[in-house]
Each structure stands twice: as C-alpha cells, then as structure tokens.
Design a protein around this ligand. Structure first.
Ligand SMILES: *Cc1c(COP(=O)(O)O)cnc(C)c1O
Length: 376
C-alpha cells in the first residue's frame, strides 16, 4: 500500500507533470517572474470559474484578508465579527489593523458561524462580518447577507478552505463560494483545494471601484508607477505560481469530486456509529471537503486514538487544537460574545482524517478499518 499522508502533492503532480512543467518552462524562458502575463490570465480564468467580475491575485490568503479589510477603510477600534473556531489568520489581520475581533460561536453541526450569535454581537462599531467556509462547506450565507444588509455592515467571505464549493439560496439560485459577499478572499497554500507550489492568494469582488482600490493597496497604493495615492502593501502572486495555478484550475472540479468520493466512503464506513459523528451536510451547500472532520463522543480518548492510528501509519490532524479566543495573542484586545459553548465543546472533540485527491480504495479501507478497530 502507498504511504498514507494528509495530502499527497507528489502523486498529484505526477499526473499533471507535462502541463505543469511546460507552464513553468514558459515563465523561465521569458524570465517574467513578476507580473508576467500568466498572472492576469489566471485572474481572468479564476473570475470566470467563480462567477466574479474581478479577481486580484496576491501573495497569500492572509494578505488577501488584510487587503480586503484595508480597502474597507476600517478605523482603529472598529469591530469585526468572526468565528473563534477558525484558523488564526482570519482574526490576526483584524488585530493587525488595530480593530477589535468580536468572537462569536459556531453552529455545532456545521462548524460555521452561527447567525443568531452574529445578531447579538452587532454594535454601533461593527463594520465587517467575516464568515469562514470551514473545512470546505459554505457558511449559511443567506441569513448572514440579509442581516449585514439590514445593519449596513460589509461581509468578507474567508474562502481559503472552500474554493470550488457552492451555496444555494432559498429561491434556488446557486453561487460559487467566494462570489456572494462584497469581498471574498482565498489562499493557494499548497495543501488548500486549489494549491500552488509555494504561497499565493486572491481577492474577489463584483464591485469595480473596490477592485481598483484592492489592486492599488496590493501594489503600494499606486495606480501609476511611482505615484502613490494610498498606503498599501507589497503583495503579489509570482508568475511561476500563476502558471501552475492556471493548469491546476482546470482540474479543480475533478479534485473536488475526488475529495467528495473520499468523504462518501468515510460517511458510509462510519454511518450511525455510536462513538463518532461524521461531517454534517448542510442542504444549502455543496461541500468540497478541504478536511474530513469527525466529532468524537465523550467516551473516546482522542490522544489514544491519534496515537493508535499513528502507529499504523495513519496521520490525523487537529483543526484547531485551541480556538482563537483562547490564544495567548488574544488575551487582550478582543471581545467575546456569549459563552462560545459550541466552540469550546468542539475543540477537544474534533479529529481530521486524511483526505486528498489521490487516495485509493486500499488506503481508505485500511483507514476505515483501523478507525473502527480502535473504537471497538
Ligand atoms: C489557510 C487559511 C488562511 C490563510 O492563508 P495563507 O495563504 O496561509 O496565508 C486564512 N483563513 C483560513 C480559514 C485558512 O484556512
């Protein structure tokens, strides 16, 4: 049996090697490492794919979030509502801009931000809501967008984990994740669903005026070279990464399907098990399983399970072992709404199993039987 890994980028590369190598070679031949034509070509391709008018590539998913917040002219002390149950980067950029992260709870089934908690968190200082499409499933965008519109608050979708996924509104309209909010952000970190071979990220918006501003902020606040209208930053997607992403974007749908096949296998293997809960499938979302995350019941010793699987050559991960509101960095400077009981309940109970585009039946059978064996 092939080695089991959380992600298998080597095998994935082998399958698309000729196209990737050709794309890289073209960049090398032209030596256009910064702002080569592939960067804009990729932005256009991705915009078409996602159904968004403007895509602004940048250096990584964290920068994408920061640039998005900068474009919204946040002032020190302004509040940004975010789930605590997310990757640190979502929240870090809020604090970096001297704004106040307002932590709210997630729904215990979907792992995504709880809309009723958002409502409780809104204050006169609230400027932005950041739903995170955690593990590959969209947050419940319809009520979030309605609430934000009612209070005139901007929404920024953190779509680092769910590119390729979809959300269906109650009228039947379906949108790609990353195309619903005023601004959306994503990451091309190698292990993400659309990953490059280094760092990369992008910002999405349908608002042309905002797109121009986002582009300027990502480029030292300049529209005309050496004339700086704004304070910005230096955040670019390398041409090499854009060339790689152009190739990989063509495979994104099949990559999402491969992940769903793995999730279907696990769902079936673990169906109705008394000791583990498989990921909830929200009726409004097309899940793209960036992670396959189980909830363990109270009588399962998570450490022992991790070690038992590790001994059998099966890696697992905790996303995330410590919620953001419990991080030392947020001892001060954040506001917590309610008791975050679902976040606190989930953190010690989640466990993510290997899921990626290159898994075979033999590996899946072995993982499933090892998990079931431990839980006996
Ligand atoms: C990966 C990730 C980011 C940050 O992306 P980088 O490219 O690593 O900076 C932000 N938010 C979430 C939810 C992520 O998973």
């Amino acid at each position: 049996m092939r080695n089991i890994e959380m992600v298998d980028l080597k095998s994935q590369y082998q399958k698309i090697k000729p196209d990737i190598d050709k794309g890289i070679q073209e960049v090398l031949d032209n030596a256009s490492f910064i702002a080569g034509k592939q960067v804009q070509e990729f932005a256009v391709d991705l915009g078409k794919y996602a159904g968004v008018k403007n895509v602004i590539p940048c250096a990584n998913g964290t920068d994408a979030l920061q640039i998005a917040m900068m474009a919204l002219d946040l002032q020190p002390g302004d509040e940004v509502i975010t789930p605590s149950f997310t990757y640190f980067a979502t929240v870090e950029v809020i604090a970096l801009l001297k704004c106040i992260p307002v932590f709210v709870d997630v729904n215990a089934e979907t792992f995504t931000i709880d809309v009723t908690e958002i409502e409780k968190a809104i204050s006169p200082k609230t400027k932005v809501i950041v739903p995170v499409h955690l593990y590959g499933q969209a947050a419940n965008m319809e009520p979030i967008l309605a609430l934000a519109a009612k209070h005139k608050i901007a929404v920024v979708e953190d779509n680092a984990q769910a590119i390729g996924g979809e959300y269906t509104f109650s009228n039947g309209d379906t949108f790609k994740n990353g195309s619903m909010a005023l601004i959306s952000t994503t990451s091309f970190f190698p292990s993400k669903n659309l990953g490059c071979y280094g760092d990369g990220g992008a910002i999405f918006t349908n608002n042309d005026e905002l797109a121009l501003k986002l582009k300027m902020i990502a480029n030292h606040g300049q529209r005309i070279k050496y004339y700086h209208d704004l304070i910005g930053c230096n955040s670019r997607l390398d041409t090499l990464q854009a060339a790689i992403l152009r190739v990989k974007l063509k495979h994104l749908d099949s990559y999402c399907n491969a992940r769903r096949t793995v999730a279907n296998f696990y769902d079936k293997a673990f169906a109705n098990h008394p000791k583990i809960k498989t990921p909830f499938r929200a009726s409004y979302a097309k899940h793209v399983y960036h992670q396959y995350t189980l909830i363990l019941s109270d009588n399962v010793d998570r450490e022992a399970m991790i070690n038992s699987l590790k001994e059998k050559g099966i890696p697992t991960m905790l996303y995330y072992p410590l919620a953001c509101h419990k991080q030392k960095a947020f001892e001060k400077g954040a506001r917590i709404v309610g008791d975050l009981k679902n976040t606190e309940w989930l953190s010690p109970r989640v466990l993510s199993l290997p899921i990626h585009t290159e898994m075979d039946e033999e590996q899946l059978n072995y993982i499933a039987s090892s998990v079931l064996e431990f839980l006996k």
